[in-house]
Write a protein that binds this ligand. Structure first.
Ligand code: NAD
Length: 473
């Protein structure tokens, strides 16, 4: 447990950031670079300690997983941002229509002010510091509220940030849901929330009371379509990797598979082989992450039990190994014939359970997806270009990877975010910079301008000019 920051402290920190942001609206490149370089040093110097803290919070989670999925992602974000920042900060000239010429116009890119960031536990370093880095690059002041479910990691980030940043530049407040509710009621210039769809709805309401714009990076059920044309073994390996990274506790993990009818046994076999290669044992395997908390572990077990009671067939994979006491490592489970109403098919799973649904025609698979909230990610495996094109054209999701899982999140030039129930607004690369930047439109009038042609009193001259313009349009 970590102690919650008192409400008065929240207000004091916010007021200090707000005052500082209004006192310096023009944040030069050198200041932004200094903040990003301090963040880089924090990650370079303390990456290993952060990975240990994550391991402690999970019980079992390999430092290598934190290196690739948290720290490496931040390193690439920092490197790309530091290189691109001079270009991104420049005013963007826009062309001026004939009727306003010879005026000129541009977009001035300015910081929004104070950005609040609320982050989840599953990739606790990446999902806290990624939005923070983006907000700092855009010249903002930032307050971060990381997850209470990773107390060691959150406390370490608070300590390291407290040593590297002035509180009116960047600060961390610690606490659970109650503190988070107070935090999200602050009148931020932007609120960046990553977490569940249920809490996202609460955050959107709290922000609306202040007319605070939000970015909501939420969850949902991301489908994985296996086309008849695909190499099942190659697909099963990639699906197993994407599903079991962090034991399924990944927002864009494949939530369920849609498989051509009749391929169930072949897929079950290929998936089991893939898992055996990646994780020869589960219990006691340091590469296989534990479920974050007893509550989440119990939630997953209940989901499984109720699906089984409803007639589902479970294929539990790799139960071998010696369990570490209280580790909550849960073996992967394929679920066939799950009853349509069961929670496994209704709610985001966020664990190593993979329901396998079958389809008789591609139209039926697309219809199933489109009858549900729009997913955060969608995966398609196959070689049939027409089928691929049809899926891309007829479904809408936050992002897509073809013939792999997860990888679109790693591409800095692809905006990352959801749509509908899976969230709104996206970040990464320039898209993230712009999300947290005000693009102020500026028109510079020319002394040769003839706007007076449109002034009253309206008469013959006005009619002639409008006539010319109408013909020109
Ligand atoms: P969560 O919604 O329970 O908590 C996220 C954060 O919200 C925490 O910091 C928590 O303290 C805070 N919070 C709790 N109650 C609050 C309230 N009333 N008002 C404001 N904030 C509140 O989510 P979680 O369990 O930490 O994370 C898992 C969820 O996050 C999954 O649904 C997953 O899909 C989603 N997620 C999404 C992304 C993405 O990029 N789209 C990434 C990771 C996780």
């Amino acid at each position: 447990m970590i102690p919650s920051a008192p409400n008065s402290l929240l207000k004091t920190l916010f007021d200090a950031q707000h005052t500082a942001s209004r006192a310096q609206t023009d944040v030069p490149l050198a200041t932004r670079r200094s903040r990003l370089l301090r963040m880089k040093a924090l990650i370079d110097d303390h990456g290993a300690t952060l990975a240990q803290a994550v391991q402690k919070d999970f019980g079992v989670r390999s430092p290598q997983l934190t290196e690739i999925a948290d720290l490496f992602v931040l390193r690439t974000l920092l490197s790309h941002t530091l290189k691109s920042l001079p270009k991104w900060m420049k005013p963007q000239k826009v062309s001026t229509p004939l009727y306003l010429q010879p005026a000129s116009a541009y977009l001035q890119r300015q910081p929004l002010g104070v950005v609040g960031v609320v982050s989840p536990w599953n990739y606790p370093v990446q999902l806290a510091l990624g939005p923070v880095i983006t907000a700092l690059a855009a010249g903002n002041r930032v307050m971060l509220k990381p997850s209470e479910l990773t107390p060691a990691t959150s406390a370490l980030m608070a300590d390291l940030i407290g040593k590297a940043f002035a509180p009116d530049e960047l600060c961390v407040v610690l606490g659970g849901g109650e503190l988070a509710a107070q935090f999200t009621s602050l009148p931020f210039d932007h609120l960046f929330f990553t977490g569940s769809t249920a809490v996202g709805r609460i955050v959107a309401k709290a922000a609306a009371a202040n007319l605070t714009p939000t970015t909501l990076e939420l969850g949902g059920k991301s489908p994985c379509i296996i086309d008849a044309s695909c190499d099942l073994h190659a697909a099963a390996t990639k699906i197993a990797h994407g599903k079991l990274l962090n034991a399924g506790q990944t927002c864009i993990a494949p939530d369920y598979v849609l498989l051509p009818t009749g391929r169930e046994a072949a897929f079950g076999h290929a998936f089991a082989q893939a898992v055996a290669k990646l994780f020869p044992t589960i219990a006691g395997n340091p590469d296989y992450a534990a479920i974050i908390s007893p509550r989440h572990h119990a939630r997953l077990q209940t989901m499984l039990a109720s699906a089984e009671q409803g007639g589902a067939r479970l294929q539990i994979i790799n139960t071998g190994g010696v369990a570490t006491e209280g580790s909550r490592q849960m073996p992967p489970v394929l679920v066939f014939d799950a009853p349509p109403g069961c929670t496994l098919l209704q709610e985001e799973i966020f664990g190593p359970i993979l329901p396998v649904l079958t389809y008789d025609s591609l139209d039926a698979a697309i219809e199933y997806i489109n009858a549900r909230p729009r997913p955060l990610a969608l995966y398609w495996f196959g070689t049939d270009n027409a089928a691929q094109g049809k899926v891309l054209a007829q479904t809408v999701s936050g992002g897509v990877t073809i013939n792999d899982t997860l990888m679109h999140i790693a591409h800095e030039n692809l905006p990352f975010g959801g749509i509908g129930d899976s969230g709104w607004g996206s970040y990464h690369g320039e898209a993230g910079f712009l999300r947290l930047t005000m693009q102020k439109p500026v028109l510079v009038q020319s002394r040769w301008a003839r706007g007076d042609l449109f002034y009253p009193p309206y008469g013959k001259r006005f009619d002639q000019v409008m006539g010319l313009l109408k013909r020109w349009l």
